[in-house]
Design a protein around this ligand. Sequence first.
Ligand code: ADP
Ligand code: ZN
Length: 705
Amino acid sequence: MQQSPLDLLIKFFGYRSFRPGQREIIDAVISGRDVVVLMPTGGGKSVCYQIPALHMEGCAIVVSPLIALMEDQATALIANGVPAAAIHSGRSDADNLRAIEAAIAGRIKLIYISPERLVADIDTWLTRVKINLFAIDEAHCISQWGHDFRPVYTQLSFIKQKYPSTPIMALTATADKLTRDDIIRQLNLQSPLRWIGSFDRPNLSLDVQPGSTKKSRVATVQRLIRQYPNDSGIVYTLSRAAAEEFNEALLRLGFRSCVYHAGLSAAERSEAQRAFTNGDVQAVCATIAFGMGIDKSNIRWVVHNNLPGNIESYYQEIGRAGRDGLPARTILFYSMQDLIMRRHFLEESGQPGIANEKLDWMQRYAESQICRRRVLLSYFGESMEHDCGNCDVCLNPPSRFDGTILVQKAASAVLRTGSQVGIFLLNDILRGSARAEIIRKGFDKIKTYGVGRDLSTNEWNAYIAQMIQLGLLEIAFDDANHLRVTDYGMRVVRGEATVELAYYVARAPKSARGKAKEQIKISTDPTEQLLEQLKAVRKSIAAADNIPAYMVFSDASLLDMAKRRPATMEEFMLVNGVGERKGVRFGKKFITAIRKFEGLTATMPQGTTYKETLILHNAGVPLGEMAQIKGISTETVLGHIARLIDEDMITNFASYIARKDYETIIGAFKAQGDAAWEKLKEDYSTGLLRVARSIYHYHQRKENG
Ligand code: ADP
Ligand code: ZN
């Protein structure tokens, strides 16, 4: 019996519905089509290949460059009852071999593998595995246009040659259009579905604080920790020294904090990672090396002590916060020195081209006078036509004016040159410059030449930057950085939309902006009180099972639990993020805590409990384990099973009684009627006899139609 994608989502992951895009992507893969998935970190990419892997016969191969992440994903899947394995150089040969054998035997649904290993193994044991899908995670690594090129990825083109009819799914959180095209070309994808998910992560607040001193930076982080004392966050720094310094400052203030950078030994690094994942520290002060392999969904804040080199990296780093969808805060400390240093690095690198353009965008973001989220989204090619209300610019807006006419002037100039000018040339045209290039190209003849003489070059530069940030103009990186007018820009040109621009102000160091209200609060809200208790339960389970807390349940699941307060197993199964496996495994402890909180008896009521047995049955839990989980005897469980068979709720009962026993029991019943009962009791338990009788009645009901 094949289960539908939605059934699988509910059963294994405990989610009641798909997120935007997941359904379309899954359907495409199941029908055999290649897919490119572009979704932000936390968007829910994993489900897109995990569900097809479960739905289709065979096993999916997931290529991932990050060993820690592979390991984590495989562990998380196993916790959800999905047979998965990771194969890479970080595991022992014996472990890898065991996984390979299981895969060949068809006992594994997802194999996470490093690209190096895939390249090496494609002609050996992999030929003996029934592969239903190749998922290429972090697919931007294949492209030199991306910001994280890895040469080994370029060898993956052989997949399509060897497996022409197996779908390939390329997934990434960071790829501009050039990189996307490159992914498709290099993997040789066949008219793939391109799914470009929204990059909007409305739960992340965006805040840029220019020119802060060291002391005020530490104070800002201090406020964040106080706001989320039981959760954690990351401070990213550029240098190891700065990470150490920040860490010491936090330790001096009495917070639990640690460092993570490339100067530590491997053991120290994995200890820091462990402490962070398990929630033992409130902050980790790290160079960019940290966080790649971390799948922790309840990171509540991310602070950048230095300006990142490009928007992709920045967005990926802040995207590590709030993956559970609950509010999370991000702060970027911006200084001119950082910018100058970055430019300097690029000059020295000898190949400043693309990297410089990417840094320009980062600067535009940091200096933006308009909603920062609109800037971010326009970078990823999304035009958002309203302000977000959750960034520092929206919360402290600079004064604005109706800029419609300026946009019309600039956009029509772009159109009249046939989109053959970049920012500087456009500026010159608008200001009526008589530069030789302008005359030579005939731009002095176009109607908009000189229409912006009233403004200075600096003003125009600022306004053109805003137009790009707002998604009215875009830069064609594949066409000599010429400007193009977007659809949104065209609507303004045609007078169908108006635009507000922020007044240009000559840049002086800004004073610290108004800060959001932050206090330490002791909660009196019952939901929050219960939530804290549920977190404690989660922590003790995680410690006992030796898995990170978020792998038990995410914060979002706990919050839903605190709101619903399930008092029975059936209610518990409805909590968001509770699949069958974890429901069965962890449910009782949470329900007990909730029942106590509600002033109910700690054990679950009788009468409904046989339905809980059904949940365990459906999850494939063996009889002995059912009794253990429920804290009742196997006899009682068998009584439940009999009743469930009577009610036609269980029809696959082979695991409860051996065929031979069944035939003996029913034979005696048929021959002697109820008189057989006493005699049979000597050899069989009452529970087993009741199950046999129920099965017999079941068959009779079926025969009689
Ligand atoms: P990505 O790989 O895109 O960064 P993940 O696959 O890790 O994102 O998903 C982010 C979070 O969203 C995870 O906690 C995941 O379990 C959750 N999630 C995924 N799909 C759904 C869904 N349909 N409903 C609710 N939560 C979901
Ligand atoms: Zn905003």
